[in-house]
Write a protein that binds this ligand. Structure first.
Ligand SMILES: Cc1cc2nc3c(=O)[nH]c(=O)nc-3n(C[C@H](O)[C@H](O)[C@H](O)COP(=O)(O)OP(=O)(O)OC[C@H]3O[C@@H](n4cnc5c(N)ncnc54)[C@H](O)[C@@H]3O)c2cc1C
Length: 375
């Protein structure tokens, strides 16, 4: 019997567990370790901030779900991965357990590096977890007038919620914007195209931002934040009365310790989602060093590839399922201008961009469908 250990209970970890459980049933031991007992559907956090969903609507109990799949769940924080002894140390409340593996799937997600931007902690909102989204939502509710700045810091690899927040604010404050009492500025560290992994989405987004009177600022490298302004490395500044920025992302120390990390701490993988030097270890999701933005559907597809290859290896076959790195995302404006983008980061011949109310519905139907299937 093989021991398959999955680290992380987000999109990557959950899908790897589902696929492996459906391939093997209880034939092999599958264990998932996660810090939290909850799965959180992050793409709905913008709607949580704007009061469309409550936190309970976008999360479910992982242990129950995994028990149904006959996957063992261990709640705890992974503190060490020892690739030589093929074991992982997990910190529980007041003790540590070592769990051994034959195959390992690392799906830790990313960490936030807010400390890289002086003043972020004191003066900026973000919405990358439930508490932060609720706090930002309250600040929006209490906001009476002035300039709202939203956007991304350098190293923030998530453009979709920055755009969706700008559109949600524009809808919320439509009257105040037309009366010039409130203005909205969206800031990107490079070009819009770079933020979307090279996809040519500029025209559509520029048009949509202009339509909602949202000012677009590209190539603004946020370096420092104070109570009322953000400054870049060229000495330029933008004033703000309310600020929501996606902070820089980084990988985890444990990935660095395995000697497989790029300079930001993300894991380098081959096309089978394996670490080339440590082929029993697969890495999926936001903690991989793949180019472009980090998105849930990528984590899901990578996890499916890793699970298929592990299943092949267990059967004594060579892994042959290959991952293709592409963006497929909907930027929801809640109306006629919502955008669906599909773009091959490794193959720019794959490029599809469509606009229309349909995509707003598709996003909400897709989110509900995902929740109905997995929650
Ligand atoms: C506000 C917001 C909006 C988004 N919108 C979209 C969107 O519209 N479309 C889209 O495709 N994507 C979107 N995303 C991105 C998407 O949510 C991520 O790409 C996805 O969650 C990545 O999945 P993952 O499994 O790699 O990591 P996560 O989902 O972050 O899961 C990581 C897991 O690892 C666990 N973990 C971490 N460290 C440890 C440790 N040391 N020990 C034990 N467990 C650990 C965590 O508890 C968690 O369970 C959005 C994200 C946010 C925050």
């Amino acid at each position: 019997m093989a021991n398959i250990l999955i680290l992380g209970g987000g999109f990557g970890g959950l899908i790897a567990a589902e696929k492996l459980a459906s391939a093997f049933g209880s034939e092999h031991q599958i264990t998932l370790v996660s810090k939290s007992r909850k799965f959180i559907f992050y793409p709905a956090l913008v709607q949580v901030a704007f009061g469309k969903f409550k936190p309970g609507d976008i999360s479910f109990d992982l242990r129950r779900k995994l028990t149904d799949l006959r996957v063992r769940f261990v709640q705890g924080e992974v503190i060490r991965i020892n690739s030589e002894s093929r074991s992982v140390s997990v910190g529980k409340e007041d003790y540590t357990v070592d769990i051994s593996y034959d195959y390992l799937v690392i799906a830790f997600g990313r960490s936030l590096a807010t400390e890289k931007i002086p003043g972020f902690f004191e003066h900026a909102h973000h919405l990358l977890d439930v508490d932060a989204a609720l706090k930002f939502g309250k600040a929006v509710k209490d906001f009476r007038g002035g300039r709202i700045v939203v956007g991304m810091c350098p190293g923030a690899l998530l453009p979709v919620p920055a755009c969706e927040t700008a559109f949600a604010l524009a809808r919320r404050f439509e009257t105040e914007i037309s009366e010039k009492k409130i203005s909205i500025t969206v800031v990107f560290p490079g070009t819009v195209r770079e933020a979307f992994g090279g996809a040519n989405i500029y025209g559509e987004l520029e048009w949509a931002f202009a339509k909602y009177d949202i000012e677009l600022v590209e190539n603004f490298h946020v370096r420092e934040i104070s109570k009322d302004k953000i400054s870049d490395d060229k000495g330029q500044a933008i004033n703000h009365d309310l600020l929501m920025l996606i902070p820089p992302f980084q990988g985890q120390e444990m990935i660095k310790n395995l000697g497989i990390a790029d300079e930001s701490g993300f894991a380098s993988v081959n096309k089978f989602m394996q670490i080339a030097e440590l082929p029993q270890i697969y890495v999926v999701g936001d903690c991989t060093a793949l180019a472009g933005p980090k998105l849930a559907h990528m984590a899901v597809r990578q996890a499916a590839v890793a699970a298929k290859n592990i299943a092949s290896e267990i059967k004594g076959e060579q892994p042959d399922e290959v991952y293709h790195h592409e963006i497929s995302t909907i930027i929801d404006q809640g109306g006629a201008d919502s955008i669906y983008l599909q773009y091959g980061i490794w193959n720019d011949e794959l490029y599809r961009l469509q606009e229309g109310t349909l995509w707003s519905w598709v996003k909400s139907i897709h989110d509900r469908y995902w929740q109905a299937v997995h929650f």
